[in-house]
Design a protein. Sequence first.
Length: 406
Amino acid sequence: MADWAIIGEWLEFAVRWVHVITAIAWIGSSFYFIALDLGLHRDRNLASGADGEEWQVHGGGFYHIQKYLVAPANMPDGLVWFKWESYATWLSGFALLAVVYYLGADFYLIDPAVRELSAPVAIAISAGSLVFGWLVYNFLCDRFVNANQTGLMVALFVVLVGMAYFYTSVFAGRAALLHLGAFTATLMSANVFMIIIPNQKIVVADLIAGKKPDAKYGKIAKQRSTHNNYLTLPVIFLMLSNHYPLAFATEYNWIIAALVFLMGVTIRHYFNSVHARKGTPYWTWFATAMIFLLIMWLSTAPGQVDAREEAKGAELRFTEAAGFEEVTDIVLGRCSMCHAAEPSWDGLHWAPRGVHLETPVQIARQARDIYIQAGRTHAMPQANLSFMEPSERQAIVDWYLVAIRG
């Protein structure tokens, strides 16, 4: 019989690996081109008619780079498009969202203490919110493309804060912050797919037809590219937040998320200013540190309950399976000194990853992770500091498989 827990764990790992690889490629190329564009020397009279140029050295070679404000006079051969990095990042990210939060909706997406939802409804809210976000954002950009862009950025920030509050009002804390990251990443990738690349294709088509491209397409693409520049770092924070309960499992998690977007602005403002040779705004370091200290302070607020208080559904299958009493004794003896509301292990002030294993209900709810982390592998207890015996690990495996097979 196939061990679906093991298969699922490796599937999640594989998808996560692909997502990280593609994200590195996308973010790396994005940061490079932002720095390149800001650092171009535009005070030179270039015979080619280019808007600016820069010389760079890397890997033992020299590169001479020129940028055309709209397009060169003729269509160049071998034009390289930077788009698949973005597409692959979003597709792999959505696949990971589906594998972890859709297939495991009852455990990771829904928290009845926040809002009672069925799995189909929760999944529909998740997917629908991504579409809704793009429609609202795209409307604002189209409406204010010729307006003050700072005002547009403020409007975008208001939308993001609203979505942070919405997600934390319907989903479990861990899922809420990750969804805000997915929401933002969807805007970024859709910018590439729906706006930037199509506009560039119009310019290319005009060049091939011998027409002079309209400068408005470059202006629109520049607007969206700037937004992506400022949103990248908050997305990374939100994607990593699911490993840190202090970020997601507090009463003020939505405010923490909002402040993260402000940190993204201050950090990117520093680098953008340096790359554009417009000085070194060290004040952004102080501002970022102050915002982060505020986040740390907010994280000490009373934690939200990211769990259910009653065993039901799948949990009953594990509590009623043969061997559960023995496994409960094992977990209470080997794991609960760390995985508790008030850990007794020296140096621990909160349960790792926010996982509590103090009651039969909590143990049943974490059955799959216990099976993987302490049964099938020796990942837990950490360094086997509580001396879990091989026979105890086997008891966990036997109990889990009996429950799964019914």
